[in-house]
Design a protein around this ligand. Structure first.
Ligand SMILES: [Zn+2]
Length: 300
């Protein structure tokens, strides 16, 4: 465990070929701790439990930053082994309690093809004990913890503030993640704009980004996120100089951004930010649509 502040540590899970996962550990009682997220699966959970026990710690609480499987996948195992309580924001709680919904979400509410339901989507459900409220302070043991909104990556993504540390989850994606995926994964453009603005105003903190680590220099990540979203917005608006269907827009952006789709699940996930942009641009009256041959064609 790497210490980053008084009673605050990080556990890093770094498997070859996988995205690095950072788990937060807050010692709030002499031999008990709060985990921030729980990794991808039982394997991650076992590693986390082992590291904690080597340091005489038991996880009393898990706080999930959001519902994505690589953040909640260890919940069920840790809850079974250590009887941990699990806390999350209300919207995210629904998906953590019933992870099967996520597959349906990606497939417009219809039953998704079986191929897409693998461990990257479906995890064992876990029981949430408390729904966390945004902008509220909670006293756990000797630690005062503030929950703030870092929404945009998911609808109710939270940040967790303790001492001089802010656990950001995927509330802001690291420059390395953006460069790797070419399109950052955000589901709500209005909310992510607010989140980036909020993070810009927070000074003198150690920021923990879930697939990167701890940094005092959040500015470079904020800039890369803004640049990437501005570029995407401009490219979509250029395409919409003439009417295009949703599928045509997705194809053109993927080509422009050199996004290579590996399989159906990969396609369903990577198109998400483009769909979010179409929704945001339509709601803010930057684009409109026409129905042509019973299909939707977007244009400026
Ligand atoms: Zn995520």
């Amino acid at each position: 465990m790497k210490k980053i502040s008084k009673d605050v540590y990080l556990i890093e899970i770094n498997n070859l070929g996988e995205s690095k996962r950072i788990i937060g550990v807050i010692r709030h009682k002499p031999s008990k701790c709060i985990l921030i997220d729980s990794g991808l699966d039982d394997k991650d959970a076992k590693k986390i439990i082992n590291k904690l026990r080597m340091n005489n710690l038991e996880p009393e609480i898990i706080i999930n930053t959001h519902f994505h499987t690589d953040h909640i996948g260890g919940n069920s195992y840790i809850q079974k082994i250590a009887k941990s309580e699990i806390f999350a924001a209300k919207f995210e709680e629904a998906l953590i309690s019933c992870p099967a919904i996520e597959g349906y979400l990606f497939y417009s509410g219809a039953k998704p093809p079986k191929e897409t339901i693998n461990k990257n989507i479906l995890v064992k459900s876990s029981n949430i004990s408390k729904k966390l409220e945004i902008n509220k302070n909670y006293q756990f043991g000797n630690k005062n913890i503030k929950i703030i909104s870092l929404a945009g990556h998911t609808p109710q993504h939270i940040g967790i503030e303790v001492n001089n540390v802010l656990f950001c989850g995927d509330g802001i994606l690291a420059t390395t993640d953006i460069l790797k995926h070419n399109i950052p994964l955000y589901c709500d453009l209005a909310k992510i704009k607010e989140t980036l603005k909020k993070l810009k105003s927070i000074k003198n903190k150690i920021f923990v980004l879930s697939h990167y680590g701890a940094t005092k220099n959040i500015a470079k990540h904020l800039n890369e996120n803004e640049k990437s979203l501005n570029e995407l917005r401009t490219e979509i608006l250029i395409i919409l100089n003439s009417p295009n269907s949703t599928e045509e827009i997705i194809t053109k952006i993927f080509e422009k951004k050199k996004v290579h789709i590996k399989n159906l699940q990969d396609y369903l996930i990577k198109r998400l930010t483009i769909l979010a942009f179409l929704s945001y641009l339509y709601d803010t009256k930057k684009i409109t649509y026409n129905i042509i041959r019973s299909n939707i064609y977007w244009s400026k």
